[in-house]
Ligand binder design. Structure first.
Ligand code: GLN
Length: 456
């Protein structure tokens, strides 16, 4: 391990050392096999969007995924059926109740959300079951792709829950009795038990959470497991419902989409940042790992990961707002200086999204106020423009052009206007000086024959 990245592992180690001695909480025992877990087990894992893995303690120790499977099977249902169809059968409202409560909407029998057992059973039932692609096969494939490796089932834990899971069966019968579900929740309970008995490690769970945080693309394998909108939908439901009757408090204090399971697994996702997982089987009364809760809570606080603190823009987007006569490269005489004084220039840097594009547009307006006849937007130091920012900048420049001003962009890599995209957009040049020179010629009067846009 290199010295620099060792700092991340050290942060995990410090949390491990700090909470390893906490012996509060109880092992889950309503599934008899879970009571056999080692109460001292404690592992932490973090995986970045670049697929960098950091872990400490028992991060490689296998345990059953239990309720941490729920968001991922919900993701599969959303991928196969779409949000509207899934929402007809499972709502997305926090229930404020325990994971195994009878959280069913009055009148319709629709479960409150897919993170509590009632909703998870219906979600599992919604996964198509065909001879070629049986329901559980689809679920195991999906969980495996999220983890980035082939997972299997702990048959003993499955058998243990199947032998004792009457409450979940009772929930399934209730659901069937209350609504016209086009699926058989009673059969689905058996699949649900198998799904809960899939074996994972904290490292697997970190990869699964990281895949959701990474817009559905597994950062270890590059596999697009679900689409970006589905990943966002799942994270939203995890944020509001993932921690059962402590979901509100969790969002308030920790501020990350999360999901806990009764075997002691806990995941949290920092959208576009990381996937985090802990394993420690001693549970609080809501069924959440005590050490996991504390470790993730402290990490979030120390590293400023709370979603609502976000995002303080890193660095400035706009690096220059001026007129061309103020630029160093300007040549000579008075006439030329006056001409250049009528060319407004704004420059931006970094990755442009909605927030950054708003700043750039504001700078363009500032630059274009007064007696300027042309506007140059310098994107040479821009590293990326997302589709929202591209549309905003193009329409902002079009408005300036509609006002009667010439517009040009220094955009050597074609980020704003790609090759073959010359029609209607601003004139594109390879450098700021070329764009300024062209504008200087055009503001003076009828444009001299404009050069072709520069193609790098
Ligand atoms: N299989 C467990 C159950 O249904 C999962 C519950 C959980 O992890 N919260 O009871």
């Amino acid at each position: 391990m290199s010295a620099a990245t060792g700092a991340v592992t050290d942060a995990l180690r410090e949390l491990h050392a700090r909470f390893a001695d906490v012996d509060e909480g109880e092992l889950a025992d309503y599934i008899p096999q879970l009571a056999l877990a080692d109460p001292g087990a404690f592992g932490l894992a973090l995986i970045s969007m670049d697929g960098h893995c950091y872990s400490t303690g028992d991060a490689g120790v296998p345990f059953t995924v239990q309720s941490v499977s729920k968001p991922f099977v919900y993701a599969l249902a959303l991928s196969l059926l779409g949000l509207d169809e899934v929402s007809r059968w499972v709502n997305a409202e926090p229930s404020g109740e325990a994971f195994n409560a009878i959280s069913l909407e009055h009148g319709t029998g629709r479960p409150d959300n897919a993170m509590v057992n009632a909703g998870a059973i219906v979600t599992t039932a919604l996964i198509p079951d065909t001879p070629v692609a049986p329901r559980f096969g689809r679920i195991l494939d999906c969980l495996s792709r999220f983890a980035g490796r082939r997972l299997d089932v702990d048959e003993e834990v499955y058998a243990s829950e199947a032998a004792t899971g009457d409450r979940n069966r009772a929930l399934a019968y209730l659901i069937r009795s209350t609504g016209p579900l086009p699926v058989d929740p009673v059969a689905a309970v058996e699949t649900y038990f198998r799904q809960c008995a899939v074996r994972v490690t904290a490292l697997d769970l970190a990869a699964m959470a990281a895949t959701l945080a990474n817009g559905g693309v597994n950062p270890l394998t590059g596999d697009t497991v679900v689409s970006e909108p589905v990943a966002a939908q799942v994270l939203a439901v995890m944020a509001t419902c993932g921690m059962y009757d402590s979901s509100g408090d969790w969002l308030l204090r920790v501020g990350l989409p999360a999901k806990s399971g009764v075997s002691g697994g806990l995941i949290a996702a920092g959208p576009a940042r990381f996937g985090l997982a802990t394993y420690s089987p001693l549970l609080d009364p809501t069924g959440t790992s005590v050490r996991g809760h504390r470790a993730i809570g402290m990490l979030s606080e120390r590293l400023g990961l709370h979603l609502m603190y976000n995002p303080a823009l890193a660095g400035s987007t706009v690096t220059l707002v001026t007129t061309a006569d103020d630029l160093p490269a300007a040549p000579t005489g008075e006439r030329e200086r006056v001409r250049r004084g009528r060319v407004a220039v704004a420059a931006a840097q970094g990755a442009l999204d909605f927030t950054a594009a708003e700043r750039v547009l504001y700078a363009l307006d500032e630059a274009a106020s007064g007696r300027t006849g042309a506007v140059v937007l310098d994107l040479v130091r821009v590293t990326d423009i997302d589709t929202v920012a591209r549309a905003m900048l193009r329409s902002g420049l079009a408005r300036i052009a509609d006002d009667g001003r010439r517009t040009a962009v220094a955009d050597p890599d074609g980020r704003l206007c790609g090759p073959g995209d010359e029609s209607g957009g601003p004139r594109r040049f390879g450098s700021r000086e070329e764009a300024v020179t062209w504008c200087t010629e055009t503001v003076a009067g009828p444009a001299a024959a404009a050069p072709r846009p520069n193609t790098p």
